[in-house]
Design a protein. Structure first.
Lengths: 442, 442
């Protein structure tokens, strides 16, 4: 599904500018050429650097004048006065649009620039200093049944061809991989992640598994093939479900895996295992208790489950720009918030693992492949899209590297079940061997 | 320190009854012989069984009449009418005193009776039905600096000789052991627990460790001897600190381990590692943020830590009788509450493990040894004390078996540290070997 701009128009400066509808809701706006930067512009630039915690960054204004510390590691170029003001007003949100539309640029790899920004911002966040605009301005979009549909469509229905360009070729996993050996390839690490989850869940042949939010269906097929279970896998992304069904049919797994194009709130039946990888980010914090009720309803008495999600060390909204342009409705919970799934619903947490650095590494692989295919992406969409997605991937690397984001895998069971392993050694007993064995999915 | 009753007096029935001060604040009260049980007594007994969720238990009243279901597995005998009324009014609290003072008895092993009580009570608790008396009546005693002193003295200064009778002989650990092989002896499992903690903390020679709440100092000496670290270990129980220092001197570890008779809130210095095993239960939920501030203050930038504590699947008070008679000031947190230590203080949770069944097994070992030494305990204290402690140990087994209580080990580090292991395999790599090696502490 290549993106087709409906029409273009010229601004007063004669540039050809795409207008509605852009796939990300972004377009270049006509910008009047700015005058030479004056003393007030330079004062504003200095003020802004102070406000974001004095990172090692200089600002190059539109007339070439440079403001900032002597030991700066990065130069942020701003093309016009309005860009400067927009950054001052709401840097976290406006930088994304300015970068995507080429009104801001950075002279170093984006992720290293953003790590320094995150590290500078964090002491403020820790002291509870909010961004300048009130939080409700950036409130995530709602996740009612129809709201979720729109939010998920925005991101996951961009087209399977787009994601195939830069996700792993083995299982097309658009979630954090697992690198017990950091030198593993992305393909190895995604397979290692699938094994890691299956071992944590102690899958045994014949188990009935339900998966909430199955992406392109890789985990469900993997479980069926390698662990002999049957899976009902739910997803509301139409394109992903079509792809998943086709793959299952090709691989002769249609009897073992059923892909259901339905919201997780409509899960029915009784299962030995509940699993959800990378869906909770889209559930919305007001729906955690509902998710817990769904789990409690569908899990057998000795059932067990795993929820894998991006999270935080303390509550906070998703980066506002990412929430608006990339992931509408997304919210990464702190562990305290995460517990709202389990505590009211008779579920008992057995194991939590934080895989933060694994997600940074996963994203580095994705960004590398994305850049290798940037030309193709540009042809499918446009330059704005390429820059926005580059920023999203690089910004996510920075967020995981600077500990602004975490990745939690939470294993749980019904509170009263005493069918529990006496140690977690089974997850690790043949880890090295498992990785070698699992180098390929076939 | 054998318990010495100050004086005895006779009640109207001529029994010799101990009065103040009993070490647990318990004494037999004069009870008038009850009349024959009447229809109203029997109705009350039936009502009470209904109120606690219809467990498989019959009640034998003081005149020998029996009330209860046909398929009952246990008979609870009540010696007088007042006991029946006290159970009706507040069963969770009053059963303990009635059992301890021989006004109530059970014909089956206490822990199996109590498991059935817990399982019957839990659906009510889950629906949020409170016990009949308001919660503030059973509010835990406060944990101010002086409050904690009194609370800890009450329990841990009962006398080292008493605890030596039934704790493991290797390290005198009064916390949950680790049974990766359920058939391990208590000594093996306590040593396995110490290794498990040290591995999770990735101790390396030369690390500076601070321990909050060190008991008889076994973990600190173990870390110093087996992992080559230096330890500052804090405890406010005078008797425990004296014992710990003596053992360290005997073992030639006085240069490596410093026992400090101080509250954890007075910890000073900078450390690579923070560890606390079995103290959080006594910290009190209003002090979690303070504990987190202490950790944030004393941990170096790449520091890591572990807190090991009894917990819950959802918030709830400690059993009121145990809080009053055995563990004043005790409160086991849910994971959500637990997070109040970390989330406000720039700390990042890396790993949570729930060892619930390991504590049930530990307590089974303790209860067995306690019963083997019941005669000695009776001589040191009295029959009331023996029965109260039997009930506490058996009740704790039941609480862990029925999932009323959990045991959480939480590993964390400073949020910004990227010095993290790529997997938890190092905790398990030589688990079997480690257990064999660690069969003895010497």
């Amino acid at each position: 599904m290549a993106y087709q701009p409906e029409h273009t128009e010229s601004n007063m400066l004669g540039d050809s500018v795409k207008t509605v509808p852009h796939v990300l809701g972004l377009h270049k706006k006509p910008v009047h050429t700015s005058n030479e930067a004056n003393a007030f512009d330079r004062w504003i630039a200095e003020k802004m650097l102070q406000l974001i915690g004095a990172p090692p960054i200089s600002i190059e204004l539109w007339d070439g004048s440079v403001i900032g510390p002597k030991n700066s590691r990065h130069i942020l170029s701003l093309n016009d006065r309005s860009a400067l003001w927009q950054l001052l007003i709401d840097p976290e949100y406006n930088f994304g649009d300015l970068y995507s539309t080429e009104r801001a640029a950075v002279d170093t790899p984006l992720q290293s620039f953003l790590v320094d920004v995150y590290l500078a911002l964090q002491p403020q966040k820790q002291r509870g200093i909010r961004r300048h605009f009130p939080e409700w301005l950036h409130r995530p979009r709602g996740n009612t049944l129809t709201g979720s549909q729109g939010n998920i469509h925005h991101h996951y229905d961009l087209g399977n061809e787009f994601y195939k360009l830069w996700l792993d070729t083995e299982a097309m996993q658009y979630t954090c991989a697992y690198f017990p050996e950091p030198a593993m390839t992305l393909e190895q690490a995604q397979i290692a992640k699938l094994h890691h989850i299956c071992r944590k869940l102690q899958l045994k042949p014949g188990d009935r598994v339900v998966e909430a939010g199955c992406g392109w269906g890789g985990l469900a097929r993997f479980m069926a093939r390698h662990y002999g279970v049957t899976v009902h896998a739910y997803n509301i992304s139409h394109q992903q479900v079509l792809y998943a069904r086709e793959r299952a049919a090709q691989e002769g797994l249609s009897d073992n895996v059923t892909y259901v194009e339905e919201d997780y709130r409509n899960i029915s039946g009784k299962y030995d295992v509940f699993v959800s990888v990378g869906m909770l980010e889209h559930v919305g914090r007001d729906q955690y208790q509902v998710l817990g009720e769904v789990i409690a309803r569908c899990l057998k008495s000795n059932g067990r489950g795993l929820v894998h999600s991006i999270g935080r060390n303390r509550p906070g909204l998703m980066n506002a720009w990412i929430e608006k342009r990339i992931f509408p409705g997304a919210y990464p919970p702190s562990l305290k918030e995460f517990m709202d799934i389990f505590e009211p619903n008779g579920l008992s947490v057995q194991d939590v693992e934080n895989l933060r650095l694994h997600y940074a590494k996963t994203l580095e692989h994705w960004l590398l492949r994305f850049e290798q295919h940037a030309e193709q992406v540009r042809e499918m969409y446009d330059e704005i899209f390429v820059r926005a997605w580059r920023l999203y991937l690089a910004g996510s690397i920075a967020a995981f590297m600077s500990s602004d984001l975490q990745l939690f895998q939470v294993v749980f069971n019904r509170a009263h079940s005493n069918v529990l392993p006496w140690s977690r050694a089974h997850v690790y007993s043949d880890e090295a061997q498992g990785i070698k064995l699992s180098g390929s999915l076939e």
